[in-house]
Design a protein around this ligand. Sequence first.
Ligand code: PLP
Length: 367
Amino acid sequence: MTVPLLDLTAQYRSIKPELDDALRTVIETQRFVLGPEVEGLESEIASYLGSAHAVGCASGTDALLLPLKALSAAPGSDVIVPSFTFFATAGAVWNAGFRPVFCDVDPDTFNVTAGTLEAAWTEATVAVVPVHLFGQMAPMGEILELARSRGAFVLEDAAQAIGARSADGVAGTVGDAGAFSFFPTKNLGGFGDGGIVTTNDAELAEKLVKLRVHGGRQMYHHEMVGTNSRLDALQAAILRVKLRHLDDWADARQANARLYAQLLGDLDMVRLPHVAEGSHHVYNQFTVRVPRRDDLREHLGARGIGSGVYYPVPLHLQECFHALGGKEGDIPATETLCQEVVSLPIYPELGEERVAEVADAVRAFYR
Ligand SMILES: *Cc1c(COP(=O)(O)O)cnc(C)c1O
């Protein structure tokens, strides 16, 4: 039995008639960009998450970029981001004209904390971007308290965490704005790129609506320099169908995670993901820490089992950020994680048999 890291065809097969209908409807209308499907998705996402506004855009990367472009802070100001995240978190900061300042994460939850953000704080810090990595919320209560006390804007990178929540609230709705991705591998994935920004701030929402269409409400009249970051109606139609299934899929991901914990819990070599108390983890990835990570992956691959490394290189050591002066040893927990993490299959349609197959293969390697 082969076990891919992710099987999008299994999800498509499970809801094919609904998706095909939704696509056909858009094709019949020939309304492909923004329009009623996108407005429908925006209001459904806003009400699903409990946020006052949701503004669709072209990708999760743009969902980070647009609120940063809306910030009225001096160009070159500092924005703190974790070094242990997908590149886009820092790339968006750079592309908005700010300087990414990298911080460490809690090695158990993989997330930033008020403590790791505070340790990286500079005089020029105007914003922070906590990432809810792998589907678990960062501790937003303490993060918000720190940011508020220092007057910094809080942009949540919730690209991997739609539907995650904790005692602090729902991922993407606690800070000043939240960025979500609809890339196909995310928990709510389209048939291509897409993203959405959430906010409770009406003024910010209005700016975002302008920034995604070259900075104006009225065609050919530009109040700001925006960009083309519109969401396609075909994507919105697909996402509206999938949103109805999202909670069931999260339940299935959690059931898979529980089974892994049961089957691997006694292995000292494998450090399972730590779920903070009261946290509703939606497991975009099931990421464990192991010794001899690359050998384990080879062993799994030889048995037809997919795995992934998110992420192999800390962002402070990326070539493109060389000029920022990051050196090996600067951000220790992140650097260790980049050597030790491996993500195992967790997709909703996986099923118990495949989870057991993966767990058996992991056990066999460490025996
Ligand atoms: C996927 C992802 C993004 C970017 O989303 P795209 O839709 O691929 O542009 C940003 N941040 C994190 C943490 C992600 O996982």
